[in-house]
Design a protein around this ligand. Sequence first.
Ligand code: BGC
Ligand code: NOJ
Length: 811
Amino acid sequence: MKFGHFDDKAKEYVITTPHTPQPWINYLGSNDFFSLISNTCGGYSFYKDAKLLRITRYRYNNIPVDSNGKYYYINDDGVIWNPGTMPSGTETDTYECRHGLGYSRFHSSKNNLEADLLAFVPVDAACEINCLTLKNNSDVAKNVSLFSYVEFCLWNAVDDSTNFQRNLSIGEVEVHGSTIYHKTEYRERRRHYSFFTVNAPVQNFDTSRDEFLGAGNGNAFPEAVRRKKCSNSIASGWYPIAAHQIDLTLAPGEEKTFVFMLGYCENPADNKWEAPNVIRKAPAKALIERFDTAEKAMAAFAELKTYWETLLARFAVTSSNEHVDRMANIWNQYQCMVTFNMSRSASYYESGTGRGMGFRDSCQDLLGFVHLIPERARERIIDIASTQFPDGSAYHQYQPLTKQGNLDVGSGFNDDPLWLIAAVSAYLKETGDYGILDEPVPFDCKKGSEVPLFEHLNKSFHYTATHLGPHKLPLIGRADWNDCLNLNCFSSEPGESFQTTGPSEGPVAESVFIAAMFVQYGKEFKEICLRTGHEDLAKEAESAVADMYQAVLDAGWDGEWFLRAYDSQSAKVGSKECEEGKIYIEPQGFCVMAEIGKEEGLAEKALDSVHKHLETKYGIMILQPAYTRYHLELGEISSYPPGYKENAGIFCHNNPWISIAEAVLGRGDLAFDVYRKICPSYIEEISDVHRTEPYIYSQMVAGADAARFGEAKNSWLTGTAAWTFVNLSQALLGIQPEYDGLAVNPCLPKNFGGLKIKRRYRDAEYYIDIRKPDGVEKGVAWMEVDGKKIAGNQIPLIPGKKEYHVTVQMG
Ligand code: BGC
Ligand code: NOJ
């Protein structure tokens, strides 16, 4: 069952009922100002950091769910309703929500009054614009009262939801004309303020929540809206809000447009200690004037559309498969940009207060957005590497505003360092910008500790190389990619976090997964060394990689598949000898991606075992059989009920690893089948089962052991987006950035048909025409660039050349 449909031409998903199984959301904003917005207008806004600079308030766990947002109430002859239907819940006669690229549009009507609400954040301004048009479709004049409503958050979202003894006394506002300023300080005296304004005179306003809603009321039918009158309240402490009241008369057929703006401003530095608390309105005035007419707002909207068109056009495929084209050209790339902006901070499942930017997460996200925004990828790499410790280990997360490592979470996830190599090698392959390796980058953000970025990679590599366990496999530390595999929890106190110190001391649990990463990214490190004149290091890397490869063959193979790990007692994890959790997906995917066991004939076996033991109709489960009891020696993983999350859920993130691994083996039908099963567009039809947004990936789908098999959770902020784009664009469609140019090597189903790809790469446009005879899955028979046959399948780079026309014959 569906709750809407794709509109590919408009690059929108059109939701046709407010009653989706879950709130289906979108993200507004591309630089510093961001909003989450659901299909019933719920959500919130923040500046740069969802924890530290939260502008409007949201209540997770609220009932009714998702009932706080930027709302507009219409009182039309006593009938109170909202475009988007919430929070009144009044059913409208028509309803449509279009989530587009960086904007959402709501179209609804009730009793012949039509509302069109367009919400977006301009490309380059710290504000959200809401253009609201009301149109009278009846044949009599209508007297309508329109109310706006936002509830301010007192900046630090954690403090805001906990520190009531202080917060209920600090709220301050100022009102000038139609602009309501929220100037509550957050201990940093006058640093910033936000405001909510409309480009029309208002009859009245409210800034006290109690006055607007009526004390004790919810926000469904505010008292002020019922009696058609705000009371010009000035909040003093308690709950500051901004609500405008606009009374209007609409003749038959007449329409009126209002431009509302929620903005954020920083005061000039010298304002910091100013008293009394008077805000400087000049920055707000300047911002308001940029968008204070419908024409100016629509011009900004047009600019936003061009921004996204231009951005996503960097990769465009035309094939005979609408799902592939739609996902590659629109939604998969879009989700990659959202993960760039949000990492794992703010979604409807991530509170914005817990996890900031993940070291591992953002490094992997980069694989999906580096081709879109190489300059910002560069900056992101430097930010991430700046949080690394001098020994190569890393803070697991950092805070977006301060860019400082997060001490609460700390370090000790032993896969983290290697992801930095993954990110930097992807960046180099995309851009050829070796200059980044010379950039001075500090350790742990400490001034004076800067070394060239290259040294950070070196530290990453050596961290793993020098932290090996009894089987010569990498020590896992607190966990590897699988956060919940806490194999050393035996040897530490509950809740205690520890640093691994070396093979002979401390915890000794080992990870086959990190071993595979080491082989994969160790090869990249070697390449980078060779290209930067570090021959000795390159040799050292080559031999360390060879040793690791051997260690996996010696101690990481279980007969039919790769082992997952050894626990702190050197017992096998993910082995046929285990009572539960006999086979895990991660090492199968990553070992084969790293081509471990390909020559030895193990790779095929491993992937066949994946299909045999882990595959379901909704995707591939992370492990089987599910853990049915708590295993103290394994940690958090067995604390989940069977079928959920890391305990045998379909953890979408590592499905593309299997698809890529299949492509490594040239099995195009199998590779595509794995892609298809979790592809949002392919499973749109079962939205009632899947339940999260059908236009983007979710982190997890409940596995076969779960009561709610097939139901997804944690939509939007998942490495699935980036890895699927890598899989689709590089492994399946075969457009592969390499150090010395773009290579082409598709792996597709036997009957997929030919395709055309347009790709922007290193300041040139590539037009690639791939001809594919039926029956062929992989292999390039010949390739022509601008009409001339070339040797191999890598397009030679010609300095200054702006266009490449490439024909590829598979076979
Ligand atoms: C979740 C993981 C997550 C981890 C972070 C676990 O509870 O299942 O997906 O990465 O928490 O600490
Ligand atoms: C979600 C985390 O964000 C990611 O870093 C981790 O790899 C997966 N969960 C698996 O545990």
